[in-house]
Design a protein around this ligand. Structure first.
Ligand SMILES: [Zn+2]
Length: 464
């Protein structure tokens, strides 16, 4: 069996792993690279292998860094099935179309604004029609249901507790030398976040790929997170706005329910929350349709929100004009907008207007990859460039890690302790270089596992 790490190895975006075992060849995830000046080039160069010999694709969840190149895979000639959970399919319909639409817009904007001497404008990776065509290849599988994507492979999706629909992929591959169990953690949720159930426990694997986004960090406790949120929000709304960049799927809803909980407890005054991202609106509506997959706490909060619209006034802005009109609000608004790493979408406009004002606050609630605008803000930049303008950063910046959709170092280790014995091989993926290396060492030290390594993008390993 050979495992090739095509992305999401030594970095947190572009997740894509090729498995070749016996006569089966399949991909787990097909994510887009995001952040950094070379992301586009990496996306264009990705998927450089014989797609005709690919049998099937398994997807862990809908986030673009795991799913965003699926339409490109299809556009380049892959016609086979893409197996996903039922809710992931619903989310993908929103996310892949939005991703295609954003790329078309971005290309159009660049061709209008690029300097005449540097006429070359990057084409979109795929267009809306190609994204729509790719959705036809999705095959939905309920959680905990065995399926057979290939005569020699049987699979199950377990709940990863990361976002709605997220799955741990548990595959058994039958080869001439016996059956091998391969487990792909995907992104693992934070059990304490209270939004989704804790990640399903897995008792064993021959080969394990485990994520390590926060493999070097510990999140604050839910109580500390609540007080941080109260401080950041209540101290700001009198004189300014609170801007929250958030992934449309997962983060937006986690932030919303965290605010609702504080408003209900009386820790915050009645709130005016704008969700300024059509995709986040759709994702929030999908979430509210699937409350049965969330925790009882969230179901109760959702009921409270419906019964008390004056305590948390929730508005969705759909049209661009409505979004622009938000720039006129000087104080009292909480604006949640995408993208989560501040690199694209409407959030750039809100940052452009609110960052120069010392009375405003920006709340960072998710991981910010190297090279993104969000990372520059977290790292303390005094000036940032947005839409070709230099924007001074005077707003208060708060990083609220406790709302993360990812398990922290101890959360990951605790999930690994569920394995009855060490897998023959463990690959630490989906973490920045130093984090992934450090977490691999931690696993060896704390769990006594011996064959643990953090592969690089482009490496192929023979794995038994
Ligand atoms: Zn994710």
């Amino acid at each position: 069996m050979r495992i090739s790490f095509l992305g999401g190895a030594g970095e947190v975006t572009g997740s894509c792993t090729l498995v070749e075992a016996g006569d089966a060849r399949f991909l787990v995830d097909c994510g887009m690279f995001q952040g950094g000046h070379d992301a586009w080039a990496k996306n264009l160069a990705a998927l450089d292998f014989d797609l005709r010999r690919l049998d099937f694709v398994l997807l862990t969840h809908a986030h673009i860094d795991h799913s965003g190149l699926l339409p490109r895979l299809a556009a380049l000639g892959y016609r086979g099935p893409i197996h996903v959970t039922v809710t992931t399919a619903e989310l993908l319909e929103v996310m892949l179309l939005d991703s295609a639409h954003l790329q078309e817009k971005e290309t159009e904007w660049r061709s209008r604004h690029s300097d005449a001497r540097r006429r070359h404008v990057m084409p979109p990776l795929y267009n809306v029609n190609q994204a729509r065509a790719c959705l036809e290849q999705l095959r939905t599988i309920p959680y905990e249901t065995e399926f057979h994507p290939h005569p020699a492979v049987s699979c199950r999706f377990h709940d990863a507790g990361h976002i709605l629909g997220s799955a741990i992929v548990d595959a058994r591959v039958h080869t001439a030398s016996g059956t091998r169990r391969l487990v792909f953690s995907g992104d693992l949720g934070q059990a304490a976040s209270g939004l989704l159930p804790a990640p399903a426990r897995i008792d064993g694997a021959d080969v394990l790929l485990v994520e390590s986004t926060y493999g070097n960090r510990l999140h604050k406790t839910p109580d500390e997170t609540r007080s941080e949120l109260v401080r950041a929000v209540s101290g700001t709304l009198d004189k300014g706005n609170v801007i929250i960049p958030a992934f449309a799927v997962g983060r937006t809803q986690a932030v919303l329910y965290a605010l609702a909980e504080l408003a209900r407890a009386g820790s915050l005054p009645p709130l005016r929350v704008f969700i300024d991202s059509p995709m986040a609106e759709k994702a929030t509506l999908i979430t509210r349709r699937h409350l049965e997959r969330l925790t009882p706490r969230v179901r109760e909060l959702d009921r409270w929100m419906r019964g008390n619209p004056g305590e948390l006034e929730l508005r969705y802005t759909r049209e661009v004009e409505e979004s622009i009109a938000l720039n006129q609000i000087r104080s009292g608004a909480i604006i949640i907008s995408a993208s989560g790493m501040c690199d694209a979408g409407r959030i750039k406009h809100h940052l452009r207007w609110n960052l120069p004002r010392s009375t405003c606050a920006v709340l960072i609630t998710g991981f910010q990859a190297e090279g993104t605008l969000g990372r520059r803000l977290v790292d303390g930049a005094r000036n940032v460039r947005i839409f070709n303008d230099d924007i001074p950063v005077r707003a208060q910046l708060h990083t609220i890690g406790g709302l993360s959709a990812h398990a922290d170092r101890d959360g990951l280790l605790s999930w690994l302790r569920g394995f009855a014995r060490a897998p023959a091989r463990t690959f630490v993926v989906h973490g920045e270089r130093a984090t992934a290396d450090g977490f691999a060492e931690e696993v060896k030290r704390q769990l006594g596992w011996t064959r643990v390594e953090a592969p690089q993008r482009g490496e192929t390993h023979a794995a038994g």
